[in-house]
Design a protein around this ligand. Sequence first.
Ligand code: PXL
Length: 279
Amino acid sequence: MKRVATIQDISCIGKCSLTVALPIISATGIETAIVPTAVLSTHTQFKGFTFRDLTGDLEPIRDHWAKEGFRFDAIYTGYLGSRKQIEIVKSYFKTFGGKDTFKIVDPAMADNGSLYFGFDRAFALEMASLCAESDIALPNISEASLMLGTDYPGEDASEETVKELLRKLADTGVKFPVITGVELKDGSFGFIGYDTAADEFISYGAEKVPYKSHGTGDVYASTFTAAYVNGKSIFDSLAIATDYTAACIRNTYNDPDRVNYAVNFELEIPYLLKLLNKI
Ligand code: PXL
């Protein structure tokens, strides 16, 4: 069986980070090892959330795993709480991230042009340096521009603007930057990526749903990880993640009883298994 390690927080309510990554990746037949970086009562879009920092546990977990000789087909990182945590994640990459371990970084820290609560410019720069150690990085438009220190071009940034951001990310050392949440010229909604090894841009979009929610970047990155470790190509994995995330957003949009803090990803897991030819 394939094994993935994912390093991010537990938001007890919020359907993001580990409570999305663990069910999605496990459902596709992959052992999913988790490193919880913090426990929050909710994600940070709620007021008054609690936050228990688990930074002190991260190095002992790493050291125990190293002693046991655990190996991973991929390491996938999402929301991290501090610069110190990013530094420790780099040590996980050093310890476990050999050439047979694919390193996926989702620099989950911003949306709509603003950093999430508690983050600053220094944090965004540290996250940029983690992206430079990845095999693939999956920022949205806000995260890409904040890591580069360039003006936020808006959610409706043109394909040319997004390609410019991708080139700049490549200049900072990111091997395969992929910007998600992009409106493509044909009106679809998806991603543009830059494969620096092939010097080639790739893109794919699904039908746009007029609804925006939290946690969709986490659904996207978890699904990419699941598809890639299940043997799909990078392009196919990105496209499957696009189709599945779009289906989750559509399901939520059509649900009169929806919650306003996340998407109905659970109800679309059968569709994900179909996309992966599992059922
Ligand atoms: O979905 C990204 C995310 C992950 N974890 C926490 C968050 C958020 C977004 O707000 O607050 C704690």
